[in-house]
Structures are given as C-alpha cells and as structure tokens.
Design a protein around this ligand. Sequence first.
Ligand code: BES
Ligand code: ZN
Length: 618
Amino acid sequence: MFLPRLIACSAALFAASALAAPDPHSYANADQVSVRALALDLDVDFAKRQLAGSAELTLDWHDQAARELVLDTRDLTIDKVEALDGGAVRTVKHRLDVRDPILGSALHIELDKPATAVRIRYRTAPTASGLQWMTPAQTAGKKQPFMYSQSEAIHARSWVPLQDTPAVRFTYSAHVKVPKALRAVMSANNDAKHALDGDFRFTMEQPIPSYLLAIAAGDLAVRETGPRSAVYAEPSMVDKAAQEFADTEAMIAATEKLYGPYRWGRYDILVLPPSFPYGGMENPRMTFATPTVIVGDKSLTALVAHELAHSWSGNLVTNASWAHMWLNEGFTSYVENRIVEAVYGKAQADEEFILAADELRGELATTDPADQRLVPDLTGRSGDDAGSDFAYTKGAWLLRTLEAKFGRDAFDAYLRGYFDHFAFQSITTQQMLDYLAPNLLDKYPGKMSLAEVKAWIEQPGIPADAAVPASPRLAAIAAARAEWLAGTRKPADVGAKDWNTQEWMYFLDGLPEKVAPAALTAFDAAWHLTGHANAEIARRWYLVSIRSGYAPARTAMAEYMTRIGRRYLVVPLYEALAQTPDGLKFARSVYAKAKPGYHPITQASIEKVLARAGAKAA
Ligand code: BES
Ligand code: ZN
C-alpha cells in the first residue's frame, strides 16, 4: 500500500526499494519518515568517557499521516527532545523502549504534526559499544588520551540517536569540542592544517548511511602520501605509516581507470592503536586502519586496496540491510584484488586470492550450510555476524567467475555501469540481479545463466564452475612443506629466506592440525617465528603452536594477545586455546590482563568464545 506513495516521492534519499525487505536490525519507521541530514554538536569528555551534546535530524516525511519518529539507540541517555519548525522550537514527548541485547532501545518521539527537524540532547555511556576510550598509558605516545568510533554494523546507535539502517542515507555536519592539543577527525572534510584549538567543524556533503559515521580524537600527526591522500597517526608512527602506504595514489588512480572517478575528494588513512577491532574500516574520506599491516615492506597494503575499493562498492552502492553484506564485502574483495593486480602484479594478486580461497574451503566443514549462502538469515543475530568468509570470498569468487566467463573487457564495463547506475543508493541482492540479467547475462547469451548465478547466491558450498588461478611459487612452497613434514628436508632448507608475507601465510595455513613439538622447536630455531614482528605470520604460528601443544610460544603469544585487539588476529587464538582445559585456563588469564585494552567489540567476541567453552566444560 505504501509503495506507490514512496515511488511518488522518489526524490527523497530513502531507498524506496529497500522497503521490499525491511531491515531487521533497525527499529526505524523509515518507510514513514526518513532522515535527510544530521547536525551533531558534541563535547568529547575523556574524564567521563562520554560524548555529550545534541543531534539535529532533518526529516523527509513520506507519510503525512504519521505522527511518530522511531530512532535506534543503545545505552544513550536522552535528556530532551525538541521539534523544530522554521524558527519555532517546542519540547516533544519521547520514550525509550526496554533494551534489546542486540538492537538496543527504540526511541519513540511523538509529534503532533510532521516537523521539519528534531533536536535530541543526549549523552553516551562509558561502555558505548561503538567507542573505545583509551588512557594516555594505552597509547604509543603515553601523553594524551585517545578515542575512536567503529559504527559498522550497528554501533552508530551507541553514539548518535538515528535511523541506524544502511537503507537510509543522509548528509552531515558536526561541531566537535576536544581538549586543546588533541586533533579531532571524522569521516568528512578533515583539514590537516586545522589549529589544535579544541574546536573542530566538519561537513559531509554526500549522503551516507549511518554505519559510515566516524569520529576519532587523539595526538595525531599528518603526512601527505599523494596529491589527495595523507596518513594520520600518533607522531611516533606517522613516518612509518606514510612509507607503508606510499602507493595510495597509485591505487586510487588504478581504481579510477577501472570504475570511474573517485567521488569523495580526499582519501586519507587514520592509523589507530593496535586495539582497533578490525583490519580497516572504509569511513568515507578517511579509512580507519589497524597498525598491524605496517610491516615495512608494503606486503599487507591490500588492506588499503580493500578499504579504498569500498569507495565504490559499499559507500557508493550500499547494501540495504546486513543480510546483503556480500554486496559490500564480496564486491569490495573482488575490486581489492583487481587493484592489487594493477599495482603489484598478477602473481601477487593470485597468491592473495588463493590464500582467501583456501581459507574459505577450510570453513566449509564448520559452517552451517544455511550460512554458506551469500544472503544469510540474520534474524535474531547481530549485524556483525554477516561478515563471514562467505560474504567476502565466495562473493568475490562469484564476480571472478563472471569475469572469467564474460571476459575482462565486458565485465569491467558492466561493473563500472553498475556503480554508476546505483550510485548513492542502498540496494538488495534482488536489485543487483535485476540489473545483472539485462546488462550482462542476456547481453552476451550462453556464457552464464541467471540460474547459475542464483546457485552461487542461494546454495551452500562453492559451485563447481568457480574460477581458480594457479601459483607456481605457492606450489613449490607446498612441496617444500610436504618434504619438511616427511622429514626429508631440514627446516633451514625449506627456502623461506625469499618468502614474502603471503608465502609464509600459505606455508603455515597448510600445516596439519598437529605438528610434533620437537619439529616445531627445530623450525623455530631456524626461522624465529615465536615473537615474529609480522602479526599475520605470528598469528598462524601461534595457531599451530596451540594445536600442537608447543609451549615455548606462550609468553610471546600472551604479549601479542595483550597488545593487539584486532578480532581477526586474536579471536582465533582464544578459540584454539579454548579447546583444551589447560589452554582455556591460559586464555582466561590472558584475557583478564588484556581486557581493559580491548575495544568493546573485541571484548564481546572473546567473552562469547570463553562463555561457550566454559559451558561446554561444565
Ligand atoms: N567493512 C569492513 C569491516 C567490518 C565488516 C566492520 C563488518 C564491521 C562489520 C572492512 O572493510 C573490512 O572488510 N575489513 C577487513 C579488511 C580486510 C578484508 C583487508 C578486516 O577488518 O579484516
Ligand atoms: Zn570490507
């Protein structure tokens, strides 16, 4: 019934078609009224670990009969809500629902007539799920505190009351006050030359979904890496970061050549403390990144390629809800690999794809078949659960397969057209398919049918038509590994002196479940993997150490788990440790020390692992 009305006001930023599948992770009544602009006015209070101030939401009413605005919040204190109409300001009634453990509390705002805007005065909780507050002692510089946000998937609601669904896009402005000497940054127009006077203003003129709202404040220095790129980091890290990310402009240029102009102006990178729960987050105009990819040889800069790729897949063409996350992450992982190929060559790109594909194959045995589909059912689950290897790697693999079947020229032109067609919209998988059929499948008949594409999306597993590259270098490493395991090759002779990061990862990923501790001792003596500075290599070494009961790795492992909070690096270690009573005990003792340094998102993941293991043991 409401559909025709929505189509009638299609000028609004709200994606009408996203209505077909309402977002189960939001309470917002966005079909009736949607936010078109947000104005934030916030004080960053480190002593209270609190953001306090106001959010003004400018509204588009799709249903003139509607009298309620429902917003998402989690652990916010709402002090007052006002309706704004022209110059008139009136206080209006509001009510917060009981807190749902996943979704938070719906904020109901009662309006006697459709208002132009509402202003909400509010404060965040010190435990806000989307913020990490760090003491000076927890930073590299030890002198200033640090805070940063992570909004994806559904954590923006823990620091701003809003329609926390990717189906709604809005522009924003912000006035942010921080202690003098600190620099505030946002997913907006940062000014590297801004005085450190405690008073910052930002605007984001392109409409974005809520999960791309981002803020950080700390002792941040800036180094240019190109004409439209720079790195922001704590002063002791900034030069190293600028060297590592020196290829940023080459990556932007390569992506533009493939998919058209970069539409966001600048592309800066903020290097966060090692507690950042993700590898990277594609906050528009300023990617947030883990320092664990700064290893000195640019070998892990696919992370930049990935977050940059989101400037097309995700930030421009956005998943309408988290079940469709593969439209963000699968497309991005595909584009990431194309950027790596353009900047570092095909051999490097193929190695990276093979690593991801092998990891995905490893997940098949332990992943519920229903979750091996590209569009999982997330009802009753947190939005963060959508980010599986299936969304990333199986999604990318489907696009790779399309590329192989239709040829690069046709597929590149198609994908560029897709980004242009859906630019600044939030879409579902059905909309993607409705565009794919006439613009690629039917245009070049006989190459791949809609049914074959749908099999990738709807069936578990990896279809037999999956295109796989070969890597002679990785094949040679597999052979050396087999000989070492068979005892016919000494550790010193495996040839690892010339291995790059991915080749080390491949070697370690392919080790059996258990290796004799004596063999690991000899290997460690030859290659010094315990305490290895490269966190990807160390992670894999610690995993095999845990599975094999190789105790000498433990001290360095505990240090690693305490220093780093990136979920992908530490959660698997907790999971592996939790398999044995002694390991679980060790994991608990490490967690007790590490917890205060972890972001709430990482804390939640680890507590889930430890609780599940505890329940099993009991
Ligand atoms: N958007 C994701 C991070 C994310 C996903 C946050 C789901 C919250 C929920 C980001 O672009 C990403 O994929 N990061 C990866 C980088 C890697 C694939 C290069 C990560 O964090 O490991
Ligand atoms: Zn991503």
